[in-house]
Design a protein around this ligand. Structure first.
Ligand SMILES: *Cc1c(COP(=O)(O)O)cnc(C)c1O
Length: 397
């Protein structure tokens, strides 16, 4: 008899599957089985990629852009990314500071790998995007969660950051606008937090994936623009997935100080090489065919904003539910703690009895909330909230 196989690695055994994908998968399975599901669990726009972006990709494919390209991205795309930081934020960046990676998720992971060693600590604001803790653990580092709940608008204060810092702290992760809460920090708030990080010589990973999905006239802040000191220590991650409805394309960008950008490219050269070459030409069109892209973005933003207001108003009509009006991304994060149920139980029962899919706040390190994505149709939102109201009315408070 042969021996049983040796255990898999600590990395393989300790990684947690994405809980948001799990709820979404259960909802999709119910849908496929013919159930009338109202899905609020999706983490992607319900729009298709704008036509001119697809066309540019197809043209590149037909023109034979099918070979390996430079690891950190095709030169015109790196140039276009650098130019857009200059145009949008007045940030002087060179193409050499830009690294194009297979999805913003990978950009974030590379950022953690480039800065953190085993034993280091990383400050992760909660509610957090589900992948941050896992990325930190995969680098051998330890996530230190700092919870900012709805009492501070899901935004950390400088004092909260200060308290979490130890001599082992290496990196602070920021994500504004936030997934899962939609919260957007003001420039002044970011300045105060970043000042604490700089005082303690930390690196900053600023995940700005939702920078263009903001409402109510809010302006996003690129953390690298706060000061020269901030620029020298900040890894800015952004991308195409959420802004241009390109989640399946797998393209994200990092803007970092030159030594970090070089390290990122070297790491990536051994882990994945370049992003699909012809796909990069689609991304390039998103940045260079500015008018078409702006029109497509406006269509999406108008729909998201209408749904955001509608969902927010309807949620706050439900006795026992309170919800802040988030200024960014496409999520709301209502508080359901008054029902005295674990949020996971709440979500499972909601899906079973009313066929409404929502992600529990505990998946993001914040028990007592739901993450509802409004990247879905007005009809689904209306029908889904009515069912949620019925469900809540049947619960004892
Ligand atoms: C979606 C998302 C990303 C990454 O998206 P990609 O599809 O990998 O480009 C990164 N950060 C946050 C907060 C996100 O919600």
């Amino acid at each position: 008899m042969s021996n049983p196989p040796a255990p898999l690695s600590t990395w393989a055994r300790n990684v947690s599957p994405s809980p948001t994908l799990a709820v979404d998968a259960r909802a999709k399975a119910l849908l496929a089985a013919g159930e009338d599901v109202c899905g609020f669990a999706a983490g992607e726009p319900d729009f298709d990629t704008p036509e001119h972006i697809k066309e540019a990709c197809i043209a590149a494919l037909k023109a034979g852009k099918t070979k390996y390209a430079a690891t950190p991205g095709i030169e015109p795309l790196r140039q276009a990314v650098a130019s857009r930081y200059a145009a949008e934020y007045g940030l002087k960046a060179t193409p050499a500071q830009v690294v194009v990676s297979p999805g913003g998720k990978f950009n974030c992971y590379m950022g953690v790998l480039a800065t953190c060693s085993p034993g280091d600590e990383v400050i992760v604001p909660a509610p957090y995007w589900v992948s941050y803790p896992e990325m930190v653990k995969l680098a051998g580092a330890t996530p230190k969660f700092v919870l900012a709940d709805d009492r501070t608008g899901f935004r950390l204060t400088p004092a909260m950051v200060e308290t979490a810092i130890t001599p082992k702290t290496k990196l602070l992760i920021l994500n504004s606008p936030s997934n899962p809460t939609g919260a957007v920090y003001t420039r002044a708030e970011l300045e105060a937090i970043v000042a604490v990080a700089l005082k303690h010589n930390l690196y900053i990973l600023s995940d700005e994936m939702y920078e263009h999905l903001v409402y109510d006239g809010v302006k996003p802040t690129c953390v690298a623009t706060l000061s020269k000191e901030a620029e020298a220590r900040t890894i800015v991650v952004a991308g195409f997935s959420k802004t241009y409805a390109m989640t399946g394309w797998r393209i994200g960008t990092t803007l970092a100080p030159l030594p970090i950008a070089k390290a990122l490219a070297e790491l990536q050269s051994q882990m994945s090489s370049n992003v699909t070459t012809f796909a990069q030409y689609g991304a390039l069109a998103a940045l260079t065919e500015k008018e078409k892209t702006a029109a497509a973005l406006k269509t999406m933003l108008t729909a998201f904003d209408r749904r955001r207001k509608m969902l927010h108003a309807e949620l706050n009509k439900i006795p026992g539910v309170t919800c802040l009006l988030a200024e960014g991304a496409f999520y709301l994060f209502p508080n359901i703690s008054s029902f005295g149920l674990k949020d996971l139980d709440f979500c499972n029962r909601l899906l079973d009895s009313e066929k409404v899919a929502a992600v529990p706040g505990s998946a993001f390190g914040a028990e007592g909330y739901l993450r509802l994505s409004y990247a879905t149709s007005d009809e689904i939102i209306q029908k889904g909230v009515a069912r949620l109201a019925k469900f809540c009315a049947a619960l004892k408070r």
